[in-house]
Design a protein. Structure first.
Length: 689
């Protein structure tokens, strides 16, 4: 069975693999006890759906045997213990990686044995032996580079031997494993660096690693950075209770990282055996290596070191079901951290990137005035806040911001009032231009039925208003010696929700172009919370946040002061919170729609899954798989089929985050006449429920 044969809600179908790190309670120089505890945890991990289970360094003997490693009785017992693990693996559907001392060519090696399906797949010796401080491994062991043999006889079979081994699952080809041991990751160029270049996606470190003050944090740094540099999952074990405390102490820390991100961490100083599990996204790792062509350049530069690497292929029995669903956190808002402190830092950095970019543009162009259209809605509000800070940094008066609100046929009193209150709070120049007369003239020139009193609110009617606003802004900029600040955001560019060319698509400089709607919402709230505009200004910002997102181009009741706009953007293009999720995983990782839908379902199907902290208003929504499928279809059609021509000629704008930009001069280059057929076809793989 391959991953494609699994049901839609199975993590393995979507490029994930469940990984485990186990820390058994052990006894020094008691391989019988240690093997039994290893096998017990091995079985428990497999029952939880794990494909790979890593154990500590020298776990079958215990690390602290010292000169007992030279006792034949202990070494014989370790080999017998390994045979027991191999036998147990006939009935356990996972790969086990266990540590033990082995005699090879009249020398002793500190080894990792890879076991699966009743077979010993291979043995990897430790490369770097610490012989400083509290470590004396050079007294008992030899390093991997001293070995002459590439095969050994063990457990009744001839098996590969060497630190150059990779282990690949035939029916899960993105799962390719390499093992190094403890000190190997502490050196300037760990063996796992070459293993990653040779194709390994899961790097395993069997460690003992005694604990001293501050060492836990350093382990985190080592493993995080190694997994990030190698674009790999990294499993780290260390010895726990049972190791000798004659001169050392042990905390049993286990870690699982993926591309620099912590997926799971064990309890430390536990008095019992324990285990951690996490689902690593192997497809993500593969795509990151493909995207970063410097990874491929590194492969080319180290071809000689990689030429001799050997791959052992095996068949992995994929679990038919996995308890607990996907074992990893999927953020509902990938552009907006759910943690309050991280969110505050994200908003601070984003805001300052935007301000500094605009300052540079104004200084370079020798222009000291900016024109902006202020609608009383979210995007223009945030742009105006950025303009205000830019003027402050340049030492220019805020009245150099020429703010124009331009009511049209559908402008509500609510948004018009908010626009005026906001501009007054900011302290910019405030002007109002009624665009209805000029729009009426344009509609008359076109022969549009609205001119004759017919309520025809078609795309022409809408775009005449959007175009008239932008035309006024550009001519006002000419007249006042200013530039036009754009307000459109990343989400609108992705969905093509902007009027091309003469409409809100165009400006002289756009500070929001790579900021998604969900982040802009929190940026505005962040400014309100900082009190940057005073108490009244903060209240205006909160009123704007509570206003329905709308282009206000189709008339409803313009006299209802407190009512929401009647035309709702999200009724047409779908909820921004969900479309921003789709955008992130489509652009940042290139995932197919079926995987994006799976991740969205994990994040959004449960109302209480990933809820916001108490410092934010309740924004917990939920979406069924059918709703996700519906809105994802809208996203795919608009993004791939109808909107690229707008993105092919956008104004200059700073790239803000790693989530990507859609500028053709930056992250995204695509043909304007591309087809969406393959993405729409993949949507058909998504069940209705």
């Amino acid at each position: 069975m391959t991953s494609a044969d699994l049901p839609f809600h199975h993590p393995y179908r979507h490029g994930f693999a469940r990984l485990a790190v186990a820390v058994p309670r052990n006894r020094v120089a008691d391989p019988v006890f240690n093997a039994a505890e290893t096998i017990r945890l091995y079985g428990e991990a497999a029952a939880q759906g794990a494909a790979v289970v890593a154990f500590p360094e020298l776990g079958l003997s215990a690390y602290t045997c010292e000169d007992l490693f030279h006792q034949a009785a202990l070494l014989d017992a370790c080999e017998t213990a390994l045979q027991q693990v191999v036998e147990a693996s006939r009935h356990i559907a996972a790969v086990a990686i266990v540590g033990l001392p082995l005699r090879v060519e009249h020398r002793l090696f500190n080894c990792a044995a890879v076991v699966q399906g009743g077979r010993l797949l291979g043995v990897l010796p430790k490369t770097y032996l610490p012989n400083y401080g509290e470590f004396y491994e050079g007294r008992q062991f030899n390093g991997a580079d001293t070995a002459l043999a590439t095969e050994i006889e063990l457990c009744g079979a001839t098996v590969p031997f060497g630190s150059d081994l990779l282990f690949q699952a035939r029916n899960l080809p993105l799962l390719k494993i390499h093992v190094e041991i403890c000190e190997d990751v502490w050196v300037p160029i760990p063996p796992s660096s070459y293993a990653a270049l040779a194709g390994a996606t899961v790097l395993v470190n069997l460690s003992a690693s005694n604990i001293t003050i501050g060492k836990s944090a350093y382990r985190h740094q080592l493993v995080s950075l190694q997994s990030a540099r190698c674009q790999a999952a990294y499993l780290y074990s260390s010895a726990g209770i049972g190791e000798s405390t004659t001169d050392l102490a042990w905390d049993g820390q286990a870690l699982i990282y993926e591309a620099g991100e912590l997926l799971a961490e064990s309890e430390r100083f536990s008095n019992r055996s324990h285990m951690i599990l996490a689902d690593a996204d192997l497809e993500r790792l593969s795509r990151e290596r493909m995207r970063q062509n410097s990874f491929g350049t590194s492969v080319q530069k180290h071809r000689q070191q990689l030429a001799g690497w050997r791959t052992v292929v095996f068949d992995l029995a994929l679990p038919e079901s996995v308890p607990g669903g996907l074992l990893r956190k999927v953020e509902r808002f990938p552009y907006v951290p759910s943690d309050a402190a991280s969110r505050d830092e994200r908003c601070h950095e984003t805001f300052n990137i935007q301000v500094q970019s605009l300052v540079q543009r104004l200084e370079a162009s020798k222009i000291d005035k900016v024109v902006i259209g202020v609608s009383g809605g979210l995007d223009s509000t945030h742009t105006l806040l950025v303009l205000a800070q830019a003027m402050d940094r340049l030492g220019l008066p805020r009245r150099n911001i020429l703010g124009f609100t331009m009511p049209g046929f559908a402008t509500s009193k609510r948004t018009l009032m908010q626009a005026h209150e906001l501009m007054t709070s900011v302290g910019c120049t405030v002007r109002e231009i009624d665009i209805r007369p000029s729009c009426t003239q344009m509609l008359a020139d076109l022969g549009h039925p609205f001119h004759n009193g017919e309520p025809v609110y078609d795309i022409t009617f809408e775009n005449v208003q959007a175009g008239e606003r932008t035309s006024h802004l550009f001519r006002l900029a000419n007249f006042h010696g200013a530039i036009v600040a754009g307000t459109g955001d990343l989400s609108e560019l992705a969905l093509g929700w902007c009027t091309y060319g003469v409409g809100d698509h165009m400006s002289h400089y756009n500070v929001n172009a790579s900021v998604p709607k969900t982040l802009i919402k929190h940026l505005v709230r962040w400014v309100a919370d900082t009190g940057m505009l005073g108490e009244r200004g903060s209240q205006t910002l909160r009123d704007i946040l509570a206003t329905e997102i709308s282009p206000e181009l189709v008339p409803t009741d313009p006299n209802a002061v407190g009512s929401q706009p009647g035309q709702k953007t999200e009724d047409t293009i779908g909820p921004y919170e969900l479309q921003d999720f789709h955008l992130y995983y489509t652009v940042r990782y290139g995932f197919r729609p079926s995987k994006v839908a799976y991740l969205a379902y994990v994040a959004w199907h449960d109302r209480d899954q990933g809820s916001w902290p108490q410092d934010l208003p309740d924004e917990r929504h939920q979406y069924s798989l059918a709703e996700i499928r519906k809105h994802l279809r809208t996203f795919v059609w608009r993004f791939f089929q109808t909107s690229q021509f707008k993105r092919s000629c956008v104004p200059n704008a700073p790239k803000i985050g790693s989530g990507g930009s859609l500028s053709p001069r930056g992250d995204w280059r695509a043909p304007s006449d591309g087809e969406s057929a393959v993405w729409l076809a993949d949507l058909e793989r998504i069940p209705e429920a």
